[in-house]
Design a protein around this ligand. Structure first.
Ligand SMILES: NC(=O)c1ccc[n+]([C@@H]2O[C@H](COP(=O)([O-])OP(=O)(O)OC[C@H]3O[C@@H](n4cnc5c(N)ncnc54)[C@H](OP(=O)(O)O)[C@@H]3O)[C@@H](O)[C@H]2O)c1
Length: 314
């Protein structure tokens, strides 16, 4: 086992300021304090790349001794199809990221469940009493995607007493949650979801999963909350469903083009809430420990954690 792996941090410069100290601390804690952690290195000397897909490194060919690429993001759609990458790719699974997503999702689900807007926007002297929302136990919420984030959100919503159904590619069993998979499972989940949370990755199998046909399967005036990825939704089909009243509201954090262009109709639509891809962020302290654990494993000859399946795309 070598104690001196060379680790290249390849991300936007401001990230280095956030990550350098926690990464060095995590390396020291893992007994890897002798590792070389740099933002520039001769490619043929690099063992690991701590990687943001929007960094300058797009061609991995010169990194001839690379052992793994450790993504700083949970989403890998911008790197997974890079044909120059021939070593294991790990995605980010970070407790801090998960906690943040649970908070954002439960907050936005509760907003729609409780009908908070009627009072937040209704400060006009009209006493709107008597509109009582159902209890959470009588509100049916669907979660598409039961991975690190979707499963945590489904459990938290169940903890608040919501009637939760979750959908994934492979069968799953989660206490208190009705789980489905496959095409029939999707139809069943959509048909019962008064509020639908999208936490799927962006892959060829998930793009446009909400389209004119599938939106029509949902209960009238259903609410959509999308912190997953923009391409999961056919924008024009969603706008048509909002205009017809089939969908009551869409809270969207992610878009096909980011930043969302000022002229995009989502901005002006009265039943759309746009948030600027802030649902959850990787937290440098906890994320650094995840990355270093994978470096420790690589150096010890152990299997890496959180590996991406390049064929499935996530
Ligand atoms: N807005 C933000 O701030 C933000 C922050 C972080 C992440 N995200 C997004 O959240 C996504 C999910 O993250 P994660 O860490 O939870 O991912 P993950 O652990 O890889 O989970 C993905 C889930 O989606 C399911 N899935 C994938 N393809 C499917 C298909 N074709 N049909 C049905 N289910 C499918 C998987 O099913 P199996 O369980 O059967 O594999 C799994 O349950 C990321 O990919 C990213 O796009 C957004």
């Amino acid at each position: 086992m070598t104690n001196r792996p060379v680790i290249l941090f390849a991300a936007k410069p401001q990230r280095w300021g956030q990550y350098e100290a926690p990464l060095r601390a995590a390396l020291a804690d893992a007994g890897l304090g002798d590792a070389t952690l740099v933002t520039e290195a001769a490619p043929e000397t690099v063992d690991y790349i701590v990687y943001a897909p929007n960094s300058d490194v797009q061609d991995f060919t010169p990194y001839t001794r690379l052992k793994a690429v450790l993504n700083l993001w949970a989403g890998v759609e911008d790197v997974v199809h890079n044909t120059t990458l021939r070593v294991p790719l790990a995605r980010m699974v970070d407790d801090g990221l998960t906690e943040g997503m649970v908070e954002w999702v439960t907050g936005h689900v509760l907003r729609h469940h409780l009908g908070m807007d009627a009072h937040i926007h209704g400060q006009d002297g009209v006493w709107r009493a008597g509109i009582v929302p159902p209890l959470a136990r009588d509100r049916r919420v669907g979660v598409l995607g039961l991975g690190a984030l979707g499963a945590a959100c489904a459990k938290a919503l169940h903890g608040l007493n919501f009637d939760v159904t979750g959908w994934s590619r492979s069968p799953k069993s989660i206490d208190g949650i009705t789980t489905t998979h496959g095409e029939d499972g999707l139809a069943d989940t959509l048909a019962r979801s008064e509020i639908l949370v999208l936490l799927l990755p962006d892959t060829p199998g998930t793009q446009n999963i909400l389209n004119a046909r599938t939106l029509a399967l949902m209960p009238k005036r259903a609410m959509i909350v999308n912190p997953g990825r923009g391409p999961l939704i056919d924008d024009n089909a969603l706008l048509a469903a909002l205009d017809s009243g089939q969908i009551g509201h869409a809270t969207l954090d992610v878009f096909r083009t980011e930043p969302l262009p000022p002229e995009h109709p989502f901005w002006a639509h009265p039943n759309v809430t746009v948030t600027p891809h802030i649902a959850s962020e990787t937290r440098p302290g906890s994320a650094s420990r995840v990355i270093v654990e994978n470096i420790r494993r690589g150096e010890a000859g152990l299997p890496f954690l959180h590996l991406v399946d390049r064929d499935l795309g996530y």
